[in-house]
Design a protein around this ligand. Structure first.
Ligand code: 3UK
Length: 514
């Protein structure tokens, strides 16, 4: 599929509404709160769209959504798109200062917020220069309107705004590892393109599938994987309003709602396997395929999951700038420990800092080109110029390609270390340490030694019942000597209780550098 295959006037609400002629009464969405058919989602979406219009929202205006995954998230999302407004999906784990930045930066006019998340924004609401209305999912305080009241007398009939396929549909803020959050705008076409190119063509979703994700809908990994892609093929999704950080929450959802496709982060898979006797306690037999993204999936985790559950994990690298996954393993063609091969519809290059292609096997910077790539960041000219290089997106990732054409992630350009003049991927050191039986989680960063030469340092969380000691630290370093080129070994080991992570689970190595 090419963008030009879409009609010029195209609105991504089609991903929902194409199901109405033949699947109106099929359950589209399952959740602990309520289940909805495609018809019910569509009716409520129209009510939201009409209610937004009544507030004065017009094409091109921004509507923010700060909510847990559930029916209202979905109807607000599609209601916003259908009237041609721009949806801003806000991460539910941020601080008031970050929300303040996003509300201003996006020029948000309406915010739909879950009652439980209201405290995180209440303090910054009075000072907002652009925000006009706040709608509360759940119980609204005196001064605000509840979602239920808001849509109660709105009509379930609504015409679709005549959006251009290149009109903006969504805005996501990428937490990143450094600096201000970056607003990443995507067009209506990007949503359906990724659904077709990866969801249908690579993952092989069919209408018989039922998806479930540890990744939340505010993250494009979740919006795509657990909403747009299943609905693009007429499949159903399972939404969970609770925290994915507790592995038992996710396992219970799988046991109860019987999804066929399960998306999670590598950390999520590791945490699930750390739950004692999880296979005896939870029935995972409905699942036919697992997906991992957000960070590289280490080969040992892939193998252990396969050994314990019999299930394959499809690891693919995606980015908010691309909307979704653009290099991926695929069913029947998996090379554990790699990101797989470029997704048809995308082109990738691995280049040096002069933008010359590096020879196969050598590590370089990953560039990607494809029709779902955003055009720029919002209000960030300098960062945009460094990232959106004409047709090519500079991902900031380091990759090498093996002799069989599989793409191996070798860390972020910004996390890579030069040790004795040679590149060391902190992630490779981490992967090695993770194979040691005492290690639960690990992060490796560069630290300057007494001669101001950078060497790797490991921050390690030990498994339960194992305690820090100098002997153990020495053993771990010896383990690295044994399993890697010697220069890559960490020179220091620090045992910690926690590692700093972004809201989407990526280790924030910059916070560990001093
Ligand atoms: C890293 C990976 C190795 C990589 C995302 C799937 O993660 C997503 O988007 P973000 O904008 O981050 C992008 C960056 O994360 N990364 C993601 N996946 C992998 N590294 N292996 C992977 N499988 O550094 C990339 O540049 O938060 C993932 C779908 C949609 C997404 N937005």
């Amino acid at each position: 599929m090419r963008a030009t295959d879409l009609p010029l006037t195209y609105n991504a609400v089609h991903i929902l509404e194409h199901n109405l002629p033949n699947r109106a009464s099929k359950t589209a969405l399952l959740s602990l709160e309520r289940n909805l058919t495609f018809q019910e989602v569509s009716d409520e979406t129209n009510r939201v769209g009409n209610a937004l219009k009544k507030l004065g929202v017009r094409m091109g205006d921004c509507v923010g959504l700060l909510a847990f995954d559930g029916p209202e998230w979905v109807t607000t999302f599609f209601g916003t798109l259908k009237i041609g407004a721009i949806h801003a999906g806000l991460n539910t784990l941020l601080t008031p200062a970050e929300y303040d930045y996003m509300l201003r930066d996006s020029r948000m006019r309406v915010l739909v917020v879950h009652d439980k998340l209201l405290p995180a924004v209440q303090g910054i609401l009075p000072e907002q220069p652009f925000l006009e209305h706040v709608i509360v999912i759940g119980t609204a305080p005196e001064s605000m309107m509840s979602y239920a009241d808001w849509i109660s007398d709105a009509s379930p009939v609504l015409d679709t705004a005549p959006t251009h396929r290149e009109d903006l549909a969504t805005l996501n803020y990428s937490s990143g590892t450094t600096g201000e959050p970056k607003g990443i705008p995507h067009a209506h076409k990007d949503l359906v393109l990724t659904a077709e190119l990866w969801g249908k063509n690579v993952l092989g979703l069919t209408e018989n599938d039922r998806t479930f994700a540890g990744a939340k809908l505010f993250f494009t990994f979740g919006t795509g994987g657990n909403l747009l892609f299943p609905w693009h093929v007429g499949a159903s999704c399972v939404l969970f309003s609770g925290s994915p950080r507790l592995a038992t929450n996710l396992l219970e959802m799988v046991d109860r709602f019987k999804p066929t496709i399960f998306y999670n982060s590598p950390t999520g898979y590791a945490l699930a396997m750390a739950v004692e006797n999880f296979l005896q306690k939870y029935d995972l037999s409905s699942v036919r395929l697992c997906v991992s993204a957000g960070e590289a999936l280490p080969e040992p985790i892939w193998r252990q999951w396969k050994q314990m559950t019999g299930l394959d994990i499809i690891d693919g690298i995606g980015a908010t700038e691309v909307y979704h996954i653009f290099i991926s393993n695929r069913p029947g063609d998996i090379r554990p420990g790699t990101s797989g091969k470029p997704v048809p519809g995308y082109e990738v290059r691995v280049v040096d800092f002069d933008f010359k292609d590096v020879p196969r096997g050598e590590t370089g910077n990953l560039l990607v080109k494809g029709e779902s790539v955003a055009l720029s960041y919002l209000h960030q000219y300098e960062k945009s110029r460094k990232t959106f290089l004409g047709e090519w997106l500079f991902t900031g990732d380091q990759y090498y390609v093996d002799e069989d054409g599989y793409y191996h992630h070798a860390g972020r350009a910004d996390d890579m270390l030069k040790v004795g003049g040679i590149w060391v991927s902190p992630m490779e050191v981490e992967a090695t340490l993770t194979r040691h039986p005492a290690v639960l989680q690990v992060a490796v960063v560069g630290k300057a030694d007494d001669r101001q030469l950078v060497k790797p340092k490991a921050f390690i969380i030990l498994k339960e019942g194992i305690f820090p000691s100098e002997e153990l630290a020495a053993q771990l370093i010896a383990f690295c000597r044994e399993h890697m080129a010697e220069y890559k070994r960490p020179r220091w080991v620090e045992f910690v209780k926690e590692l700093p992570r972004t809201a989407t689970g990526k280790i924030q190595r910059f916070k560990l550098r001093d």
